[in-house]
Design a protein around this ligand. Structure first.
Ligand SMILES: *Cc1c(COP(=O)(O)O)cnc(C)c1O
Length: 451
């Protein structure tokens, strides 16, 4: 048995162990209190109440140990309560918890920016600014891009997810549950098709051949290049279905943006921090964005987000034009420094690639035996299967939900996603052990067999 030790908590046995039904009685009781006190608008993938987590497991209030294929949506990539995160946070929280960087600064904020400038794609001179959430980072990237270019239009994609604030709701594609009834939305946001090989008319080869021309042609005809401040794209779309564009698409889009003075903004909030087997997904093809937004995996679970980009673009904004009370909170910065050190020290890009090497062949094998699996895709530890009616591309959200429920009942946390709700996505912590990973895949396989 592997033991995952943490400074802050007890070593958690790295095993699945169910002692009650899921959710058990203690979680069900907490759920009743939750229903009486917490707004209905917040939902849960699985209502087990967590008491501890580490490595690849979550422990719930009933003492069940569940396998984690979600990482709190790609956040705890270094593991929960990762040792260096706990040490740094503990030290920082005892020294000071907040000054507001706009009132009096502190070294941790500067150090995180130095690290981001160093590890993000491109060797050019960079600057960073820190915020609290991914949506806030995307909002600020757009503010900066508009200010720097003097242009207003922002181009986003079908299936995009950029957050839940007003501007980012406008940028997010999917109506239900993210936008329905929450308008009016911010203006000057234009949506174009995504290079989605599985669903491109004519299929993956046509997608690789045409997507860039179709999309840039649409921007030309419907928006006009000279009006566009920025194109914002997730290098692998997350919430929209783990959509991987064809090789060369991102590089071609970045080149086209450069030709037209349009900023290329990579939203790497989900793909960043070693998730896809590189530090950032853009690294895979050597794409260098003008601005990059990061959050999720940045700080081992503490709320932190960033915009990093070309110094001349970032510094176009006047002093006082960017900020926020909590942005770059010192405790979150300490956590980020611990997390970034962990990614490097434990070579977690290699760990992510290793996870992909275990998962992809197993999932492709399942796809051969279970024709509801229409597509297997992803990179590193960001992997998904798209569920369809066999022999078609017609989405089957109902079967997807049934597979997810069967996994949950057997102690495996999996998440769904996709515009049509028919994608099962897998985002295990990068520190998960191979045995636990294989056991999780077996639970998934049983769930498909039981459909
Ligand atoms: C999660 C996510 C966001 C929003 O981040 P929050 O921290 O939830 O505001 C934005 N973009 C992408 C690609 C995401 O995955």
């Amino acid at each position: 048995m592997n033991l995952h030790s943490t400074v802050g908590g007890p070593a958690l046995a790295q095993q699945r162990h169910l002692v009650t039904e899921i959710p058990g009685p203690a979680s069900r009781e907490l759920l009743q209190r939750r229903q009486a006190s917490v707004a209905r608008g917040l939902s849960h993938v699985l209502p087990v109440f967590v008491t501890a987590a580490g490595g690849g497991v979550l422990i719930d209030a009933d003492g069940n140990s569940l396998i984690d294929f979600g990482s709190g949506i790609a956040v705890t990539s270094v593991g929960n309560s990762a040792e260096l995160v706990v040490t740094r946070v503990t030290e920082q929280v005892a020294h000071f918890t907040h000054t507001c960087f706009m009132v009096v600064p502190y070294e941790g904020y500067v150090e995180v920016c130095e690290e981001l400038n160093r590890i993000t794609p491109g060797a050019h001179e960079k600057r960073s600014a820190l915020f609290n959430s991914g949506a806030e980072a995307v909002e600020n990237a757009v503010k900066i891009a508009r200010h720097a270019t003097g242009r207003q239009a922002v181009v986003v994609f079908d299936h995009a997810y950029h957050g839940r604030t007003n501007l980012t709701m406008a940028m997010t594609a999917k109506n239900m549950p993210y936008k329905d009834g929450f308008g009016p939305f911010a203006g000057e946001v234009y949506r174009v098709p995504m290079a989605y090989p599985f669903r491109w008319p004519g299929g993956p080869a046509a997608c690789a051949a045409e997507a860039l021309d179709v999309i840039t042609g649409q921007i030309h005809a419907q928006v006009g290049e000279s009006r566009v401040a920025a194109v914002v794209i997730e290098p692998i779309q997350g919430e929209g279905g783990f959509i991987v564009p064809p090789d060369g698409f991102l590089a071609g889009l970045a080149d086209w943006c450069r030709e037209h003075g349009i900023l290329f903004i990579a939203d790497e909030i989900q793909t960043g921090f070693c998730r896809t087997g590189d530090w950032f997904a853009c690294d895979h093809e050597g794409v260098v964005p003008d601005l990059i937004t990061t959050a999720k995996g940045i700080a081992g679970g503490l709320p932190l987000a960033a915009v990093t980009g070309r110094a001349e673009i970032m510094d176009a904004v006047h002093p006082g034009g960017l900020g926020g009370t909590y942005g770059g909170n010192p405790v979150a910065c300490a956590a980020a420094l611990g997390a970034i050190e962990t990614y490097a020290k434990e070579d977690l890009p290699a760990a992510a690639r290793g996870i992909g090497e275990i998962m992809l062949p197993r999932l492709r094998d399942m796809a051969r035996r279970h024709p509801v699996i229409g597509d297997v895709r992803g990179r590193g530890a960001m992997i998904a299967v798209e569920i369809v009616r066999p022999g078609t591309t017609e989405p089957d959200a109902e079967a997807t939900a049934r597979v997810a429920r069967a996994c949950h009942a057997n102690g495996l946390i999996v998440l769904t996603c996709g515009t049509y709700g028919n994608v099962l996505r897998f985002l295990p912590p990068l520190v998960i052990g191979p045995e636990l990973l294989r056991e999780g895949l077996s639970i998934l396989e049983d769930a498909f067999a039981g459909l």
